[in-house]
Design a protein around this ligand. Structure first.
Ligand code: KG4
Ligand code: ZN
Length: 385
């Protein structure tokens, strides 16, 4: 064991890639973790009226929320110590000039906190909405400079994989991950932390995006995943499970590991155009849509596992909160590959949060992979780059 592994490391992590302003403090020692605080401030109510996330609005909201969320996270972690009017060097304040809300809030609130006892600051550098990512990055860099702490860039999708580090089972490599979120649908083969290959991906919409768009077609609010999932469940509980919708299972026989969900969404639109969208229709369509998506994801996962022998299978990303998908993947996996262990994050770690960013940062620290480079927002950052 290296001296670093035998020591406790405290990581303060910041996540702003989309519509959650999230900060967590995680203490790590060897491979055990203590989540000292986990704060997620959702902007859902702000974006609801647009039916999706509006990037410049997300940036502004992060600017307003980052300081209060930081204070809450430090208080919960017992790392908050009040200060009186500390001096913040002007270059640090100036570095925030592109986000006036953040600059103002930092000017007012940062002088009221003493530097907390953390070893590292971790921040999401991508993928995500660039204006939103920049808010978190400039904030992390300002804190790093003021408190003299190293700032580590983290890939958001690697964060989703790392969210399963808190599960009771260990990740053994090689591992296959299916990452399903609002922006991504990909099958990732991992040989170790940091060594990834994308072996299948969506050619158009991500699966979470399809849930959101189909929800919108049925006049259901954003985000659509939970709305549809709840209705699909209600339909499954009914005595009469009949359904007059029948949707395609896209690319299920394509012979490769890629996905496509935009045609499925179009099929939903055509089917609904012939209907008056009543609550009963919503139940039936939600059920059929969730079944179509689940069957497709299960089928591609099994094909990927047939081609790539692994020890661990990971389901992660916002859509991994979907109970039906979790259950079907687990049952099919146990049936065909009983020796592969199945890992899925707990519900509160499925959707975006900063605990997963701290956990991913920890894997880098353990590998001594601490890049000394400028951190910039990388909207299209790939996990295999
Ligand atoms: O990972 P995430 O929080 O943000 C991104 O990185 O994109 O994923 C958000 C996505 C949204 O599209 C949302 O509708 C979907 O995850 N989602 C769900 C469920 N909960 C969230 N989709 C299906 N079923 C759910 N229960
Ligand atoms: Zn995400």
């Amino acid at each position: 064991m290296t001296s670093r592994e035998s020591n406790k490391i405290t990581i303060l992590a910041i996540e702003t890639s989309c519509d959650e302003t999230a900060i967590s403090v995680v203490e790590a020692q060897s491979d055990s973790f203590d989540v000292l605080s986990h704060v997620v401030h959702s902007q859902i109510d702000v974006h609801k009226e647009y039916g999706g996330v509006f990037p410049t609005l997300a940036k502004r909201e992060h600017g307003l929320n980052l300081m209060p969320v930081l204070i809450e996270a430090l208080k919960k972690a017992n790392l908050y110590e009040k200060a009186q009017d500390l001096d913040i060097p002007p270059d640090i304040i100036n570095s925030l000039e592109r986000n006036p809300e953040l600059q103002e809030s930092v000017k007012t609130l940062l002088p009221t906190i003493h530097a907390p006892e953390v070893d590292y600051i971790a921040v999401t550098e991508g993928p995500g909405l660039e204006p939103a990512l920049w808010a978190g990055i400039t904030f992390a860099q300002a804190l790093g400079k003021l408190w003299n702490k190293p700032v580590l860039p983290v890939n958001h999708m690697e964060g989703h994989i790392a969210s399963t580090l808190l599960s009771s089972k260990k990740i053994e490599f090689p591992a296959l991950a299916i990452l399903v979120s609002g922006g991504h649908t990909e099958l990732v083969l991992a040989q170790s932390w940091g060594t990834y290959q994308i072996i299948g991906k969506t050619l158009d919409d991500a699966v979470g995006e399809a849930f959101d768009k189909v929800a919108r077609l049925m006049d259901l609010p954003y985000p659509g995943g939970p709305e549809i999932s709840q209705r699909a469940h209600a339909h499954r509980q009914k005595k009469d499970e009949s359904n007059h919708f029948s949707l395609p299972r896209p690319m299920i026989h394509s012979g490769n590991l890629d996905f496509s969900f935009s045609g499925l969404k179009t099929a939903v639109r055509y089917a609904l155009e012939k209907e008056e969208v009543t609550d009963e229709i919503r139940l039936m369509m939600s059920r059929e849509f969730e079944d179509a998506v689940t069957e497709t994801l299960v089928s591609k996962t099994l094909s990927a596992l047939d081609e790539h022998p692994v020890k661990t299978f990971i389901l992660a990303g916002g859509v991994s909160a979907n109970t039906h998908l979790k259950k079907e993947l687990q049952q099919n996996l146990e049936g065909r590959y009983p020796n592969i262990s199945f890992l899925v994050p707990e519900q509160h770690l499925s959707t975006d949060n900063a605990t997963m960013i701290a956990l991913a940062a920890y894997t880098h620290i353990q590998n001594n992979d601490i890049p000394e480079r400028d951190i910039v927002a990388r909207g299209n950052l790939r996990i295999d780059s």
